[in-house]
Design a protein around this ligand. Structure first.
Ligand code: PMP
Length: 432
């Protein structure tokens, strides 16, 4: 068996050669050796409840997914230009999960690639090149997906450095945004109208569409004001634009009541970008769209991603969808997520530093504040995360102010683990 390596040693080796921009959680992170369901175990035999992991949707080391990957590796793994059953099965399953009319699938390796390709589809479908993107969003690291990423939590200079083909929308955050309350959609949509007017006739003639998360994942699971997404899509379509829903974080059953985030808003996009959960950690993403949009892209040439939807990735993708169905993960997200949200809100009545609890299902955010004006408390968030790590819970802050604890555990998390996490957060908030 592999020797146990002291964390300080591997951390120094990692820091020597992994570019510093490729961050790790925590300044002194535990070295994680293995995982099981929602639990992680480090090389010093400490166990943690993993509440930050929206990639391993079905849980760590899920037996069905492990078997599917191992078996496929023994049979075949190659590029996606060969014909094999798994690519057909996965695409068919994704098309069946998407709204009617969205039945063409492109398989890629990551969320960044999915968003990048979705943007290219909008460009080719419209023959235009200007995109609307909301503030406080993260969509990826490739040139295209980074261009529409506006989160100053991830990139402090994001707002000044967007390319000129990206138009910024106010973040429709009904909790701490310009307009507040679930009924603030009309005010935010008036802002959209003003931005579209400001484009002028020439700008509108160059307008290709919008990319937005249907729930602000990067903001910590903040729900958009009711009716905002439908109103936004209506305005985009009136100008001939394409509506892209970035479901990389919030989609795929995590919301419990809904498989896709846009369903929560009662809106239907033209293009869905999805990744993370799709592979339970295997690099896998997809873009799902209409025949018309896919065919417009085909006019421009072919699409080829060597490992996107490879035999192993596609087999894993099918196994993840089997796990979602057989383990009733979306149902668990709804039931256990409701318990989690209620318990966090109850904690908020005792800890004034909890300014809001965002989200639904198993995408929740605990917003830590200094006062009733919602002044962000990033230092408190950091201390709470460190205390929780010592106690055995892995969680991280997110958002433009880095003051929202993002709670997005594997969807198999049990009510017992949730109760333990809430008690640990209670202890941390009392001690921080
Ligand atoms: N979109 C959203 C909403 C994301 O949260 C992320 C990753 N955090 C991405 C896209 C990019 O995905 P990836 O890291 O797989 O490239």
């Amino acid at each position: 068996s592999a020797p146990v390596i002291a964390p300080a040693d591997t951390l120094a080796r990692r820091d020597a050669h992994v570019a510093a921009a490729q961050e790790h959680y925590y300044s002194r992170p535990p070295q994680i050796e293995r995982g099981w369901r929602e639990h992680l175990i480090d090389t010093e035999a400490q166990t943690y409840v993993d509440v930050v992991n929206n990639v391993t949707i079905a849980g760590h080391a899920h037996p069905g997914i492990v078997d599917a990957a191992a078996r496929q590796w023994t049979l075949l793994n190659t590029n996606s230009r060969f014909h094999y059953a798994a690519i057909a099965e996965l695409s068919e399953r994704l098309a069946a999960l998407a709204p009617a009319g969205l039945d063409r699938v492109f398989l890629v390796n990551s969320g960044s690639e999915a968003v990048d390709l979705a943007l290219r589809l909008a460009f080719t479908a419209t023959g235009r090149g200007r995109i609307l993107a909301a503030r406080e969003a993260y969509h990826g690291w490739t040139i295209g997906s980074d261009a529409v990423s506006t989160s100053i939590g991830d990139n402090p200079r994001a707002l000044e450095t967007r390319p000129d083909w990206v138009e910024l929308l106010d973040a429709p955050n009904p909790v701490r945004g310009t307009y507040r309350g679930r009924g603030s959609a009309a005010a935010y949509l008036a802002d959209v109208d003003a931005r579209l007017d400001a484009l002028g006739a020439d700008g509108r003639a160059q307008f290709a569409g919008v990319v937005i998360e249907p729930i602000f994942g990067n903001g910590g699971g903040v729900l958009l004001p009711d009716g905002y997404l439908a109103g936004l899509y209506e305005r985009v379509r009136a100008l001939g634009g394409v509506c892209i829903s970035d479901e990389v974080q919030v989609g795929y059953g995590r919301l419990g009541a809904h498989f896709w985030g846009f369903e929560q808003q009662g809106a239907v996009p033209d293009v869905i970008a999805v990744a993370k959960a799709m592979g339970n950690g295997q690099p896998l993403g997809a873009v799902i769209t209409t025949a018309a949009i896919a065919e417009a892209f085909e006019q421009e040439g072919s699409f080829f991603s060597s490992a996107g939807g490879s035999p192993v990735s596609a087999r894993v993708g099918v196994a993840v969808l089997d796990a979602l169905r057989d383990d009733d993960l979306q149902g668990n997200a709804q039931r256990v997520g409701a318990l989690f949200g209620d318990a966090l809100r109850a904690l908020g009545t005792r800890h004034p530093s909890i300014g809001a609890v965002h989200g639904m299902g198993l995408y929740l955010g605990v917003e830590l504040v200094v006062d009733a004006d919602l002044t962000p408390a990033p230092e408190l968030a950091r201390r709470v995360c460190d205390l929780l790590l010592d106690d055995g819970c892995i969680v991280q802050p997110t958002g433009d102010h880095k003051n929202v604890l993002k709670i997005k555990p594997p969807l198999c998390i049990t009510a017992e683990s949730v109760a333990w996490v809430v008690a640990a957060l209670d202890r941390a908030l009392a001690a921080a």
